[in-house]
Design a protein around this ligand. Structure first.
Ligand SMILES: [Zn+2]
Length: 204
């Protein structure tokens, strides 16, 4: 009886050790990998808000809300986690993901989709209102909405890849296209829509 007792206490000791290690391992995992979605926030330049006409401000605020919601979607977040693991991107390197309210215009007149710095701050910019209004004349509203959501998702994938591949723009572009295609093909869409959104996003 005594031997049995020792044995069982040994076993329960081992079980306890395993359980506590398991728990601490899980805690560590949780602490080490904070959700990317918790880092997404809408940011606007107060100076730009001041002089902005109400309609324009309403448009860009609504746009930013849609983008922020799209980027936080669990399915997209899961997909980003998969890319991060596959590409061995240091998740902790991502410090802040800012969905900017106002567009950023490059010197060549085109609007920038995203940008990141070496402190792990990622900025996602909207397309200009005038561009989308023009698109709205030839396409259905839903299609334009889908385009701007896709543009933001592709921009976040692109900037995450820059954290690893730094200034290797051609590699980042090639992988962005590859990963975005994988994601979009898993949505319930017909081939024509998939091709058309890809052409809109990645046409040179
Ligand atoms: Zn780039």
């Amino acid at each position: 009886m005594r031997i049995l007792h020792i044995e069982s206490s040994k076993i329960s000791g081992i079980l306890y050790l395993l359980a506590s290690r398991g728990i601490s391992f899980l805690c560590r995992m949780k602490m080490d990998t904070p959700k990317l979605s918790s880092k997404i926030r809408v940011v606007s330049n107060p100076k730009k808000i001041e002089g902005c006409p109400e309609k324009r401000l309403g448009f860009y605020t609504g746009y930013a809300a849609v983008v922020s919601e799209t980027l936080r979607k669990p399915l997209f977040q899961k997909f980003l986690d998969w890319i991060i693991k596959r590409e061995k991107i240091e998740k902790r390197a991502v410090k802040d993901i800012q969905v900017r309210v106002f567009p950023f215009q490059k010197e060549n007149g085109k609007s920038l989709a995203g940008r990141c710095n070496n402190e792990g701050v990622i900025l996602i910019f909207p397309k200009r209102r005038s561009f989308l209004q023009k698109k709205m004349q030839d396409h259905k509203k839903e299609r334009v909405r889908f385009y701007l959501k896709s543009r933001a998702m592709a921009a976040l994938i692109h900037e995450l890849l820059h954290l690893k591949y730094e200034s290797n723009e051609s590699k980042v572009r090639q992988l962005t296209k590859k990963y975005f295609s994988i994601f979009i093909r898993h949505q319930n869409m017909n081939t024509e829509s998939v091709n058309s959104i890809q052409n809109m996003l990645f046409a040179v």
